[in-house]
Design a protein around this ligand. Structure first.
Ligand SMILES: [Zn+2]
Length: 140
């Protein structure tokens, strides 16, 4: 019983709608878990756009970080899903995203995830909305 990729994606969509989305709560922030699955030779992060919105980081930036670390090409499709060329396990992607959160989102002074990333020329820093601390970070 062969299925086209499109049918497969529809089935997955339906399956995911029935699963309550898990999320972790950090302080007063709710950060959703990434919904990751493999489709053929690709890896898809289904809720990529929503995730980037929640952590207040540009899709482009988060994508650049992930693709660089994975050493794979990819792009965000019109549904806001990140499609990565290559098969990657959800645990390796989650590990990278946790690292991203720790470096580029979490305030190293108070631990809040309620922060924004500011760029001034070549200097980037995480600016905390909770305690006001500004922590320089390495540009991606
Ligand atoms: Zn802070």
């Amino acid at each position: 019983m062969a299925q086209t990729e499109e049918e497969y994606l529809k089935l997955l969509d339906r399956a995911f709608e029935e699963i309550p989305q898990k999320a972790k709560v950090v302080g007063n922030q709710v950060i959703p878990n990434l919904v990751i699955f493999n489709v053929g030779p690709n890896t898809v992060i289904k809720n990529f756009r929503e995730y980037c919105d929640r952590i207040r980081r540009e899709e482009r930036l988060v994508m650049k970080y992930l693709l660089k670390e994975l050493g794979a090409p990819g792009s965000v499709n019109e549904s806001g899903q990140l499609v990565i060329q290559g098969k990657f396990s959800s645990s390796s992607i989650n590990t990278l995203m946790d690292r991203f959160l720790k470096i580029y989102v979490r305030c190293s002074t108070c631990g809040s995830y309620d922060t924004v990333l500011k760029k001034e020329g070549k200097v980037w820093y995480v600016s905390c909305l909770a305690c006001g601390a500004q922590t320089p970070v390495k540009p991606i």
